[in-house]
Design a protein around this ligand. Structure first.
Ligand code: AHM
Ligand code: MG
Length: 339
């Protein structure tokens, strides 16, 4: 495969010029993300040993307290990034409020903020199913040299300067974009380096996989029910295949490589869906669009939504462009007809 001898570090240096602001800072940020990802990957791979070495709240063989893996991942990412004084603020799905990065010689002189979901899909860990880290980088809007403010974090997704995910799967992969396409790197655990394994990833324009929690079918809006029935109809290349892991990163990753749509609609139980705009939907939407796909809340482009709070949720439809347009069509039709 093209470029499989190139490491992530080499790739970042080679492509620094693509980053229109301060390339050095972004490279340093990626180096920290890379490091934290390796630490978390190592820990996730050992998760099955918890039964042997002790569960949450117990002491392990070294006498250390065992932590939940999502809490652990959150700490690793935050500490790695704070220690290196690269960003001026961080917000995480695991924290109620944003973190102001203080101190150092130039603590608040940094221009970037990091938004992340440190371990998405963590309910899958106990059953040995892939989980992921999702991250997103913005330039602050408040003046450099002052503490970050809420508004720095409440920017629409179109302002993202970088976004990516790490998937802790059969292999650990890091996939990211800085707005110049999407590239994927696979960790060689023996050497501890990520290698370019999936250059210039492209979403197939059309696909035949739909990913949604169909257990919630009766609670979905009529347009989504109609679309699901459409996916199941026998006609042309349909019925489509249904694949749902319940781990956003894994479901999106598969669909991006094979062609498909991921959906987390509103329901009568959760009126805004489940996924968080800032930590899950915006970064995934940026990657999707950069790979030639489409991401919307059923009506509006995800990256154009103006966030109003750190943890807000939105419905999410993301994937192959033709499939997302089709579900939007069904949603819009259902709105204008009487059911
Ligand atoms: P989490 O942030 O609490 O892990 O929840 C997000 C996860 C996604 O990874 C996944 O796609 C979705 O929740 C699955 O939800 P459900 O079990 O309702 O289908
Ligand atoms: Mg999550």
């Amino acid at each position: 495969m093209e470029g499989n001898n190139k490491t992530l570090g080499e790739f970042i240096i080679e492509n620094q010029k693509e980053f229109k602001y301060s390339s050095g800072e972004l490279s340093r940020l990626f180096n920290s993300i890379k490091l934290a990802a390796k630490v978390v990957s190592h820990k996730v791979n050992k998760a099955g040993l918890v039964d042997i070495v002790g569960g949450v709240g117990e002491k392990n063989v070294q006498g250390e307290d065992q932590q939940k893996l999502d809490v652990y991942a959150n700490q690793v990412f935050i500490e790695t990034i704070i220690n290196r004084q690269i960003v001026c603020g961080i917000t995480s799905e695991e924290n109620d409020d944003f973190i102001t990065v203080q101190g150092g010689d130039n603590g608040n002189n940094n221009k970037y903020i990091l938004l992340m979901d440190p371990l998405d899909g963590s309910s899958n860990i106990d059953v040995n199913v892939s989980v992921g880290t999702i991250f997103s980088v913005y330039r602050r809007i408040s003046p450099v040299g002052t503490p970050v403010i809420l508004e720095d974090f409440l920017q629409p997704g179109i302002n993202q300067v970088a976004a990516g995910y790490v998937i802790y799967g059969t292999s650990t992969m890091l996939v990211y974009t800085t707005g110049h396409g999407v590239n994927g790197f696979t960790l060689n655990p023996a050497i501890g380096s990520f290698y370019l394994s999936h250059p210039k990833i492209k979403f197939p324009v059309d696909g035949s996989i739909y990913s949604v929690n169909e257990g919630n079918y009766v609670r979905f809006p009529q347009g989504v029910k109609d679309y699901i029935k459409y996916c199941q109809q026998e006609e042309g290349d349909r019925p489509y295949t249904s694949r749902y892991i319940g781990s956003l990163v894994s479901d999106m990753h598969r669909n991006m490589l094979k062609g498909g749509i991921y959906m987390y609609p509103t329901s009568t139980k959760s009126r805004s869906g489940k996924l968080r705009l800032l930590y899950e939907c915006n970064p995934m939407a940026f990657i999707t669009e950069q790979a030639g796909g489409k991401a919307s809340d059923g009506v509006t482009r995800i990256m154009e939504i103006e966030p109003t709070s750190l943890h807000e949720r939105v419905p999410f439809y993301s994937g192959s462009i033709n499939m997302v347009e089709k579900v939007e069509e069904f949603i819009s039709k259902a709105q204008f007809s009487k059911y």
